[in-house]
Design a protein around this ligand. Structure first.
Ligand code: TYC
Length: 101
């Protein structure tokens, strides 16, 4: 570029989409012990005993409860890992994910 060349006046701004967030959802079942659900919530989602108990009891009463919100990859990893903890113990404990509106 010589000294006489004009610099472009407009900057090209790359458009970066905000990553859509995904909910991790705890699903109730009739077999997994309550204390085990609380233990998994504390271990996997860094919840306090009190928070974990509230989430567990909400899923128990209403069928499902939103546990936390993450980017899609993290939500899926957490849901799989938490579900596996139950499976290893022979429980049907289930965590699913769903995109936020
Ligand atoms: N319903 C289970 C019981 O009565 C406890 C439970 C709560 C299991 C929440 C799963 O997501 C769940 N032992």
């Amino acid at each position: 570029m010589s000294d006489t060349d004009l610099k472009p006046k407009t900057k090209v701004k790359p458009k970066v989409e905000k990553p859509r967030l995904h909910k991790v959802i705890l699903v109730n079942d009739d077999y997994t012990p309550r204390e085990f659900v609380v233990m998994v919530l504390k271990a996997e989602f860094r919840m306090s005993e009190d928070q974990a108990h509230k989430v567990m009891i909400t899923a128990h009463r209403r069928g499902v409860c939103v546990v936390a919100v993450f980017t899609r990859e993290i939500a899926e990893e957490k849901a799989t890992s938490a579900t596996d903890r139950g499976r290893k113990m022979g429980f049907p404990l289930l965590f699913t994910t769903e995109p936020e509106e």
